[in-house]
Ligand binder design. Structure first.
Ligand code: PMP
Length: 358
């Protein structure tokens, strides 16, 4: 069977090894005689799966013991509301506006507390990470929110801001597990699974224990971090199969040598594409310098008709989902962890030929 190279921004490719393992275990997991999909979440077969998923994530991300790891539902978008509901104290929070998702996070938070937009790159369609001026930060803010990687615009924070004692809360939906990070520098990290962890349906939240406590009045039980932290993500039925798939992906990362090894591969893959784009006379990357994402690489020809022709011809030969987001136009290649090096090399070869034949 011919598998395509899927450059989708998410849901996106999963490692073939993971899919093969899931296939082998589909009808009967171990000696259980049933699929993981059919198991009670409270069964002796299932409980070790979610426990191991958490243990593996802790291991590969080096998550300290004073952080809770939760498998939640409702997508990263639900976190946009849970964050202010759970962390509001003084009633003020700082947000850096680096894209559509950051904007959505900020406008959701503004329903519950006073949001200060400390910087924005909207003036240039978010094609850079704004320089942050500490003088604009509120030293008494309840938290400081950033989107470490901006899926649509292809930027990532080259360095973390110094926020003093104000906890950094990071939406890492599109770059979690893509490079080594120091979890200690964050109050909270959250990410939807559907790019670097597994199928859609799980949102991972990693929250420093001391931040979990009182919520604003009326916060639904399901939207309180304490509910999930105190119940090992088993307060209600978790998305059992998605957690299982994430466990397989975490094992795959561990077996490849961990996040450091994945980071090396990601840097190599991204360099191949950026190097070509920087030398091309037809295509150019929309982001430059240190702000370039390793995961999402938007590029344009500057000619809408040519962009369309490229996407059409690429699709026909199995490079799919390369159409850029409507707000940027052109193309975007999302090359998450599971995109093989060969996929990026093959895409660049195809782009070279397309350029030569034009
Ligand atoms: N944040 C970022 C950076 C994203 O890329 C996305 C989805 N593409 C979201 C948040 C929203 O995630 P979800 O669809 O899981 O709510």
């Amino acid at each position: 069977m011919n598998r395509i190279y899927n450059f989708s921004a998410g849901p996106s490719m999963l490692p073939v090894e993971v899919l093969e393992k899931a296939k082998a275990e589909l009808l009967s997991y171990g000696t259980s005689g049933q699929s993981v999909m059919e198991m009670s979440h409270r069964s002796k077969d299932y409980e070790p799966i979610i426990e191991e998923a958490e243990a593996l994530l802790r291991e590969i991300m080096n998550i300290p013991d004073n952080y809770k790891v939760m498998f939640l539902q409702g997508g990263a978008s639900t976190q946009f509301a849970m964050i202010p509901m759970n962390f509001k104290k003084s009633g003020k929070a700082d947000y850096v506006i680096t894209g559509m998702w950051a904007k959505k996070a900020a406008s959701e938070a503004a329903k519950y507390l006073e949001v200060s937009k400390v910087a924005s790159s909207e003036d240039k369609t978010f094609n850079y990470i704004p320089t942050l001026d500490k003088a604009t930060f509120n030293p008494n803010a309840d938290y400081f929110h950033i989107t470490t990687n901006n899926t649509i615009y292809g930027t990532k924070f080259p360095a973390l801001p110094d926020t003093g004692n104000v906890p950094i809360i990071a939406d890492m939906s599109s770059n979690i597990l893509s490079e080594v990070i120091d979890v200690n520098k964050f109050g909270m990290i959250y990410a939807g699974a559907q790019k670097n962890m597994g199928p859609a349906g799980v949102t991972v939240a990693i929250v420093r224990e001391d931040l979990i406590g009182e919520c604003i009045d009326g916060t639904p039980t399901m939207l309180q971090y304490s509910t999930h932290a105190e119940n090992g993500s088993m307060y209600n039925t978790p998305p059992t199969y998605t957690v299982y798939m994430c466990k397989l992906v975490f094992e795959w990362i561990k077996n490849l040598g961990g996040v450091a090894a994945i980071q090396k591969m990601n840097e190599e893959k991204a360099a191949i594409l950026y190097d070509y784009l920087d030398g091309s006379k037809m295509f150019s990357a929309t982001v430059s310098g240190d702000d370039r994402s390793l995961m999402n690489i938007p590029f344009v020809t500057g000619n809408d008709e040519l962009d369309k022709k490229f996407v059409k011809e690429a699709t026909a030969v199995g490079f799919v989902n390369l159409k850029g987001h409507r707000s940027v136009g052109g193309m975007r290649a999302s090359i998450y962890n599971a995109m093989p090096l060969d996929g990026v090399k093959a895409l660049v070869e195809f782009m070279k030929k397309f350029e030569e034949n034009a």
